[in-house]
Design a binder for this molecule. Structure first.
Ligand SMILES: Cc1cc2nc3c(=O)[nH]c(=O)nc-3n(C[C@H](O)[C@H](O)[C@H](O)COP(=O)(O)O)c2cc1C
Length: 319
């Protein structure tokens, strides 16, 4: 799939997720077959007000191409100025506009999914953004209850110059409840000429295949199911390539991945930026002795002690 001038070497994308898709996590998803990754969202206001730490979210390295940075806001001028600074500081392959986040923190200021109630603002933002930056611009939306209105927004996004669109088939009001309606992605794909990516509740090989087959979309985007489980990209890409399920040891894999994740966090000096307990919980969900290892990690004074407790855990699991 091509997103503007950028070749995406496959059709399985990692979703942008705040407090989750940091550089080490994205590198692991990439290693296991994610065709493209997105950073955690960045506030356009924070970027232009010179909050230096904001750029940490969009930092990448040579092993991670193509990768996208996601931005949120609602002023075309502010977003475009911020995007120029992001281009200069982070050099992403794609800049994505967040039109989907339902969190009050964003919607109260008219950001994220609140933009869906003002299609002309979305059009202006994408229009100005794509004329300002040389990086291809994409957008990620939720849906409205009204199919026709949703199709109209999708059309405006394409018309304004976006190079791809991701559709999460839940409304803002649904938050994460109920099921996503993939009919929206299917209809949008039928109407648009740019690549359309379907997102929402893709959790394994079967749901990945169904999402592609039932919508005709160009790609799938995976969020929550990848948390603590970057290996999911290997499983799904293997299945989509061969039609066969990959033989693997879930517990061992997760522990090895947790170890590698912590080492990468240390290498990129990002350990202090994460909630260690939360991340350890995702990686050790459902694992024998999971609670024990989480407690030991939480009590560890430094990364070496964390790695040691993981090694103890490995011995325990493989004994
Ligand atoms: C912890 C968390 C953080 C998220 N942060 C973002 C974000 O920064 N930008 C965004 O567009 N969506 C964000 N999302 C939404 C996901 O990108 C995705 O659209 C949603 O989780 C549905 O996909 P899934 O069912 O595969 O998880 C977030 C979701 C979660 C669970």
């Amino acid at each position: 799939m091509m997103i503007g001038k950028v070749k995406i070497p496959g059709n399985i994308l990692l979703a942008p997720m705040s407090n989750v898709t940091n550089l080490p996590f994205r590198l692991m998803c990439r290693k296991y077959g994610a065709s493209m990754t997105y950073s955690e969202m960045m506030s356009s206001d924070a970027v232009i007000h010179g909050n230096a730490r904001t750029f940490d979210r969009g930092k990448s390295c040579g092993n991670e191409r193509p990768f996208g940075v996601q931005i949120f806001g609602n002023s075309p001028q502010t977003i475009s100025s911020a995007a120029l600074m992001i281009e200069e500081n982070c050099n992403p392959d794609i800049i994505d506009l967040n039109c989907g986040c339902p969190a009050k923190l964003l919607t109260k200021d008219g950001f994220g999914s609140a933009l869906l109630s003002s299609p002309e603002t979305i059009h202006s933002i994408i229009n100005e953004l794509s004329e300002t930056v040389s990086t291809p611009v994409t957008a990620k939306i939720r849906v409205l209850e009204d199919m026709e209105k949703t199709l109209k927004i999708a059309g405006l996004i394409e018309d304004a110059g976006a190079s791809a669109l991701t559709v999460h088939g839940r409304t803002q009001q649904q938050q994460y409840s109920g099921s996503p309606d993939i009919e929206y992605a299917k209809r949008i794909k039928e109407e648009l000429s740019i690549p359309v990516i379907v997102n929402g509740d893709i959790v394994d090989e079967a749901s990945a295949e169904q999402a592609l087959d039932n919508t005709g979309c160009d790609g799938i985007m995976i969020g929550r199911a990848a948390m603590g489980n970057p290996f999911l990209f290997r499983r799904i890409s293997h299945y989509l390539d061969t039609g066969k399920m990959l033989d693997f040891q879930d517990c061992e894999q997760r522990i090895l991945d947790l170890r590698e994740y912590f080492m990468l966090l240390e290498e990129h000096k990002l350990m202090h930026t994460i909630n260690v307990r939360a991340h350890a919980r995702w990686f050790t969900r459902g694992i024998r002795n999971g609670r024990h290892i989480r407690n030991r990690i939480a009590e560890a004074g430094n990364v070496d002690e964390m790695l040691l407790s993981i090694d103890d855990m490995c011995r325990d699991v493989w004994r």
